[in-house]
Design a protein around this ligand. Structure first.
Ligand SMILES: [Zn+2]
Length: 297
């Protein structure tokens, strides 16, 4: 429907009278594929940096390491399925500035989807200790599973939620369980609203990469690397391939079923309106001559 109205908006006046009939006829025909994969850009944001690496696994491997490996696998999969514009975004530097860099790059490049890739851990309260290769390490075997987060503060929230559900459903279809703890009271400040109990989608409004990106954006935690069994799963090719296939299927479905594609290049963020500068008031003692000289400037 929006496609028809867009077309009518651009029609020459002579065509407008016939437009209604033409649009009605067009509506009865099967819609051609709306998805041009070669033009559909997905930014795969590798969570954290080598310097600020996120969580640490039960076997002392950084989350960044896991994120990068999974990001590469998803990138390969998407490109092999025709999403040739996919961008793997690897950022350097400290945590907070790196978040702003990701957002700036994504908004400058423009994209149809922004997918931030992470691996989960647990709040410090739930960390236990064990010995691995002669050193004391942290673990928690009680929590596990993937989760998908969206922010209602993203300007494309509904589209973000749509993709998040598609992705979560694709993960669930591959027999992956989602992390059930996030809507529980004992998570304290980490507690989140569960938006979709089938797909495992939670609401996390404050995340910078979700709320400041101008395109639909989701953050996916592939699973918990502080869980000793799940860490081994996360490291396996089988799991990485599952997640890559889930992202590719969800992206395809999203691309096929979304409305008319918005422009690829994001609009610049609206500038805060400044009040008009006040005209300098003439001092009361000013003579007419000084008014004239002020006007010349
Ligand atoms: Zn992370």
């Amino acid at each position: 429907m929006s496609l028809a109205s867009t077309a009518a908006g651009h029609a020459a006046p002579a065509e407008v009278t016939a437009g209604g009939a033409a649009a009605a006829a067009a509506a009865t025909q099967p819609a051609p594929s709306k998805c041009d994969r070669a033009k559909f850009r997905i930014i795969l944001d590798v969570g954290h940096t080598a310097e600020s690496y996120g969580a640490m696994s039960a076997r002392n491997i950084s989350e960044f390491d896991y994120n990068l490996k999974l990001g590469n696998r998803i990138d390969e999969k998407l490109k092999s399925e025709g999403f040739s514009e996919t961008v793997l975004l690897v950022t350097t530097g400290k945590a907070r500035p790196s978040l702003m860099k990701r957002v700036a790059v994504a908004n400058k490049k423009g994209a149809d989807l922004f997918v931030s890739i992470h691996h989960d851990s647990v709040p410090g309260l739930y960390v236990e200790k064990w010995e691995f290769e002669g050193k004391q390490r942290s673990f928690n075997d009680f929590f596990g599973g993937y989760s998908v987060f969206v922010s209602q503060r993203n300007p494309r929230y509904q589209a973000s939620l749509k993709f998040a559900k598609l992705l979560g459903n694709q993960m669930a279809a591959r027999e992956l369980q989602f992390a059930r703890q996030y809507d529980q009271w004992f998570m304290g400040k980490y507690r989140r609203e569960l938006l979709d109990i089938d797909a495992g989608v939670y609401r996390y409004d404050e995340l910078i990469v979700l709320r400041m990106t101008q395109m639909p954006a989701v953050l996916v935690e592939s699973g918990s690397i502080i869980n000793r069994d799940e860490e081994l799963v996360m490291a396996s090719d089988e799991h990485k391939n599952k997640v890559a296939a889930a992202v590719a299927s969800a992206a395809t479905e999203y691309c096929e079923t979304r409305g008319p594609a918005p422009p690829l290049v994001a609009k610049p963020a609206p500038q805060a309106k400044k009040p008009p500068p006040r005209l300098a008031q003439q001092p009361k003692t000013a003579k007419p001559a000084s008014t004239r000289s002020a006007r010349k400037r």
